[in-house]
Design a binder for this molecule. Sequence first.
Ligand SMILES: O=C(O)[C@@H](CO)OP(=O)(O)O
Ligand SMILES: [Mn+2]
Ligand SMILES: [Mn+2]
Length: 554
Amino acid sequence: MDNWKLKEHPQLSRNNIVAVVVLDGWGEFKPDKYNCIHVADTPTMDSFKKSAPGRWRLLRAHGSAVGLPTEDDMGNSEVGHNALGAGRIFAQGAKLVDLALASGKIYQDEGFNYIKPSFETGTLHLIGLLSDGGVHSRLDQLQLLLKGASERGAKRIRLHILTDGRDVLDGSSVGFVETIEKDLAELRGKGVDAQIASGGGRMYVTMDRYENDWDVVKRGWDAQVLGEAPHKFKSAVEAVKKLREQPNANDQYLPPFVIVDENGKAVGPIVDGDAVVTFNFRADRMVMLAKALEYEDFDKFDRVRFPKIRYAGMLQYDGELKLPSHYLVSPPEIDRTSGEYLVHNGVRTFACSETVKFGHVTFFWNGNRSGYFDSNLEEYVEIPSDSGITFNVQPKMKALEIAERAKKAILSRRFHQVRVNLPNSDMVGHTGDIEATVVACKAADEAVKIIIDAIEKVGGIYLVTADHGNAEDMVKRNKSGEPLLKDGNIQVLTSHTLKPVPIAIGGPGLPDDVKFRTDLPNGGLANVAATFINLHGYEAPSDYEPSLIEVTDD
Ligand SMILES: O=C(O)[C@@H](CO)OP(=O)(O)O
Ligand SMILES: [Mn+2]
Ligand SMILES: [Mn+2]
């Protein structure tokens, strides 16, 4: 690729300072007491809405608009930020794995053939998130993989499960474990020695991200590899049921457990000669474990034992690090992202969030690629997140710090694009704590105000949007939209939603005649990159989804 030069925009000038703000988990929904954004005091975001339709509108952020298999798939940060940064819609991991399983190609490709020799004398270990959430993994894909691997010679299989409660309702873990236990029993009926070997809640065991807290990965390592955990059970159904009885227990944070035989011995530690597959397709929360499983040199925690295994990821999780080096399905090839174009055209970028979302505006934004395109033109700042807490205890998180850092970058006039992710509505929404989520939404709104004020001072432009819904609806509903009661109680929705997200543009640098086009009613997140490329004074590459704006002459 040598033609990185973007054409100058015929009407919009270059060298503007453009703030690109992504509110994580901020969708649009009717006023309702379970709509935390509506309940919260959010004057800044509300004020944008008044400029509709010309400078405020809604965007699609789920399903096919972000490359997911069906319109029932809620949006998520990975696919959302991929679309925002890349300006095009790519078939995403969930879909690519579906296709590879349906065609059987998954069993013909390099990754599976790499692990297969271990089936002869070793065990096949499958590690991943056990739910049908479709954000990080999917139960039906795991079921197909179990069947497919056993038909192709895996004689001893151990499953290391992570319970969800974040992409699906809390408490649903029991049902998922029961379902997979049935599949394993069927396999045993066919002579395959298959069982669950360990488990734990995704947020407490294994699925940390962006190196926020290595202890999370270590707890998983101890259970999965060493066969050691504070809790030991004879069966996983019993484990999950019992551990959920502890005060304040929930699926996301279940402590690690191992399954033991009648002599109290762990049934499935990972040992030399075994094969391991991490079956999540989504990258961010698997990269840390992938490093622990693959890197010879590793100093993040004491692994005690580093077994000689054949390891493959469901996908390759990091295209820059080529991690893991073996994988069952090739990841989407998200190339020529907006960030790469901007550096080739001399546009200077500053990106910032706190640890738990830092990779969203860098790694995901740049097409699942770590590092800078050009460190002379880019600066990425990570504000350390609190670790070891659930964010309902600190619903303001680091929103203020992120906004202040962005403000400084804007006022310095050193950057053309100042890009941030404000995590509050998403991270606190996932805790299911409605009161705290209201506080979170207000904090995010205040952070937006700080950034907008800075843009005002430098005569710049702002573009404020979100990656998917979450805090705007915190209750499970029936088909007619009423809360779906269970035993007379509402069921708190901890997951993302299918709702559209707002986008607002403005600022003193935005010419009066710039408005949202009216001919893109189905516009989605992938249309945003061309939009901000225009705001930087350039035409977007011709194969990008069209820009949302036009320069009118009235
Ligand atoms: O926390 C996460 O991993 C997901 C939900 O599973 O949220 P987000 O896509 O917003 O990062
Ligand atoms: Mn998100
Ligand atoms: Mn989320």
